[in-house]
Design a protein around this ligand. Sequence first.
Ligand SMILES: [Zn+2]
Length: 297
Amino acid sequence: MTCGCFGLVIQSRVADDSGMSKTASNGLLCLTLLIAAGVVGVVLWRAGQGPGHQVERVGFQDADAPLMMPEAGEVDERFDFPSAWQRAQIPQAARFDPPLGSDHGGFTYNAQGFWEMNDGRGGRHLGDDLNGIGGMNTDQGDPVFATADGLVVYAGEPSPGWGKVVVLAHRTAESTVLQSMYAHLERIEVVPGALVARGSRLGTVGTAHGNYPAHLHFEMRASDALSIGAGYAMQQLDRLDPSATVAALRHAAPEDRSPAVLACLLVPNDNPWSGVETKDAKGAERLMEILGKEPTR
Ligand SMILES: [Zn+2]
């Protein structure tokens, strides 16, 4: 049965004078109902065939899972830029210090400098390999310090060859964003998103699971995109000479040993014992009292 058939029926009845309007209105009602049924049918059919039907729906608990992956199936970290809000949290660093040894880099040596050719690795070294003066594994477990006030943008283990890695973002006095990278760590003592002060501990010197004698692979990068990348290459990419960069951004006299301003701000001051001097017996007694123990005499 088609609309055309109904049309013919309506046409034939219209010719008849008696009861013409009644028959015509009935016919129009049928025609309207048929068109409506057709529209509903098409809508239902489209709903079943549309591209949205192919997408697997996720529950609300998966709402923060990535909606789409790149075609290659792996996220390219080079395009992981900080959001405007994350970028605003990167602190300005007024001073940079060496990350190992004393705050002047004492008791350390650089076993493999920046841009040295390494035939075994098939490229040039993109960082400094800092060691304790004892050599080999004598510096294993030594503290690694933040080279400047910064924001932890990475703390994790990207690969067994890198071992544990921390990356900080810093803002220079000229508002340029730089990154410092600390690799082959034995321990990580910071979390992503944390503010760290110059000279505060990030972790300890390690061997990347015994892959190398203990040392700190330290890089400086002129970038705000997070990309772990490789430690050797024939192109300089975004890497800077770490020692030269730290020296250029020190802005401090050799004898200046003042702590970072941010370090003072980050010290928790709500502990009842934070203001107690324990240099004399009275102070020690006060501390024990706070800690709920009997003072020792
Ligand atoms: Zn290295």
